[in-house]
Design a protein around this ligand. Structure first.
Ligand code: AMP
Length: 146
């Protein structure tokens, strides 16, 4: 059990730890699954956010969701990739986290997610919070308090 003398970092705003939206690879609603697969493969990311034209967060798309959608009875039906829209296969029930939320909320949610999509109060995509960045920061606090 980690016992820190000073837990102030738990109330720090998560906005300090974001990878900002302009550095985050994404796809747009209306894009087809072929384009999404290309972006995911080229970037090497397991999942990326789906945004609309106004930069509002609409969902999350991972390689597994795409392969699952084109899985036929006996083979993977690659020819369906160009007809499938990301809107039809993306995950929409995402954990809700805002730029104004605190470090502790991010830490709690990142136990079950490798990264979180963060929005402002209007739902506009602000960036992502990754488990890697938060763990690095957490490690810094733990080591500096010893
Ligand atoms: P990492 O902490 O770098 O291992 O990233 C974990 C996951 O967060 C990746 O597999 C992606 O799904 C997502 N991710 C991290 N950085 C980016 C980025 N710049 N653009 C899009 N997704 C990202």
């Amino acid at each position: 059990m980690v016992a820190l003398n000073n837990n102030d970092f738990l109330v720090m705003p998560i906005s300090d730890y974001l990878i900002s939206s302009e550095k985050v690879a994404h796809v747009q609603v209306g894009n087809n699954a072929e384009h999404a697969l290309l972006v995911l493969t080229k970037t090497g990311y397991s999942a990326i956010p789906v945004l609309d034209a106004k930069y509002k967060l609409r969902g999350l798309l991972g390689i597994g969701m795409i392969t699952d959608a084109i899985l036929g009875l006996e083979r993977i039906e690659y020819e369906r990739l160009s007809d499938l829209k990301v809107d039809d296969i993306m995950q929409t029930d995402l954990p809700l986290i805002r730029t104004t939320d605190r470090f502790q909320k991010g830490l709690d949610l990142l136990i079950n997610h490798t990264f979180l999509c963060v929005t402002d109060e209007e739902g506009t995509f602000a960036g992502i919070l990754t488990r890697r960045v938060m763990l690095k920061q957490f490690k810094k606090y733990v080591y500096s308090s010893r």
